[in-house]
Design a protein around this ligand. Structure first.
Ligand code: SF4
Length: 356
């Protein structure tokens, strides 16, 4: 564990350096959010022994969705969309070059990660995060939970599962989850209704909401289930974020978590000009303030939008994904789309009509 590179990281961080690889946390802290870095430092303040206390792991990348902000490397459904990936590549958008490579990486990963888990001492584990793919769809979920029982003590572990809220676990899996100290279920929800269906296809919103309600019932039945929403803020949802916030206000007992999308850069929220974000904020100030999100709407852009043709890339991406899914981002978020189009310069990477 203590390689030279790791020790160098430790030295730099102890001296207060802001490493570029930690940029996501610095940006969140500058916005006044609690970053993952701060979260973990609080959690492990007292830990002195070199052992695995915290593990974040994907059992595989099987997923039934292809969210717009996701990529083939994280979702088998995206990795199956060869034609779409090729089309995006042909428009200079930042997508994997070859889905065949991604698929073979998925197979390699699946095989190796299982060997690795089997050969790792997990007896000191206190925090376990399951990510994906969609972890609740993985055929390895139940065997993995059995393995944790053999190699660690679930009653001392906080297990976090990030789920797309389209799958509810079997009674057997629920029973195994009940043995953990705490199970933090974080449903990734970035929008409600038709916008949710557009940017996190292909699950109908009714299904996502229905699964969330099932989790809400499970949280009543099992003391150790801590339910929450994890929302990623991007230009895909800022214009209609108030709808999600109003919906989630019905569930005041449950946790609200947010992160700001950092990549791909052509989907970051700061591509919407500050003036327009300020208007969006003022139109729904009460609910946005209740969730302490004013900074996202009122912050100056943290990147140079012109330099990388980001507005052009953004319009090309939105048009291509809309056409692929037979829907229209322009119709659902007309302000955002119109503003992006108006930023397409005189020598654009692509004109919007080329991208259609
Ligand atoms: S549910 Fe998660 S893994 Fe699946 S496509 Fe969406 S973001 Fe990617």
């Amino acid at each position: 564990m203590l390689t030279d590179q790791w020790q160098e990281y430790e030295r730099s961080l102890s001296s207060g350096a802001r490493l570029s690889s930690c940029e996501k946390c610095w940006i969140e802290e500058d916005l006044g959010f609690v970053s993952r870095r701060q979260d973990l430092n609080n959690l492990y303040n007292d830990v002195k022994v070199a052992a695995i206390h915290d593990l974040e792991i994907a059992l595989d990348f099987g997923c039934n969705m292809m969210c717009w902000a996701c990529r083939p490397r994280f979702s088998t459904k995206w990795a199956a969309a060869n034609d779409l990936v090729q089309e995006l590549n042909s428009k200079s958008l930042d997508i994997e070059k070859s889905v065949e490579d991604v698929r073979s990486q998925h197979s390699f990963y699946k095989e190796k990660i299982w060997q690795l888990i089997n050969n790792t001492d997990l007896s000191s584990l206190r925090y376990l995060r399951l990510v994906g793919g969609e972890p609740l769809l993985s055929p390895r979920l139940e065997p993995f939970l059995n393995l944790i029982e053999e190699k660690a003590n679930p009653s001392q572990i906080t297990l976090m599962i990030t789920t797309n809220s389209s799958v509810f676990p079997s009674a057997e899996v629920l029973e195994k989850l009940s043995r953990f100290k705490t199970v933090e279920i974080r449903c990734s929800v970035d929008a409600v209704g038709e916008l949710a269906e557009l940017i996190r296809p292909p699950s109908p919103w009714q299904k996502i909401e229905g699964t969330f309600k099932e989790w809400a019932k499970a949280a009543e039945a099992f003391d150790n289930i801590d339910l929450g929403i994890h929302c990623t803020l991007s230009l895909l949802n800022l214009e209609r974020l108030h709808e999600l916030l109003s919906w989630f206000s019905q569930y005041p007992k449950f946790e609200w978590q947010k992160a700001v999308l950092r990549g791909p850069e052509y989907l970051i929220p700061w591509l919407i000009p500050l003036k327009a974000r300020t208007e969006m904020y003022l139109a729904n100030k009460t609910v946005i303030d209740a969730f302490e999100l004013a900074n996202v709407f009122l912050a100056e852009p943290v990147i140079n939008i012109q330099e990388d043709h980001l507005a052009e890339k953004s319009v090309a991406f939105l048009d291509t994904l809309s056409a692929y899914h037979g829907a229209s981002f322009e119709k659902l978020c007309p302000v955002t789309y119109g503003l992006l189009q108006s930023q397409v310069g005189a020598s654009p990477l692509l004109t919007s009509s080329q991208a259609r």
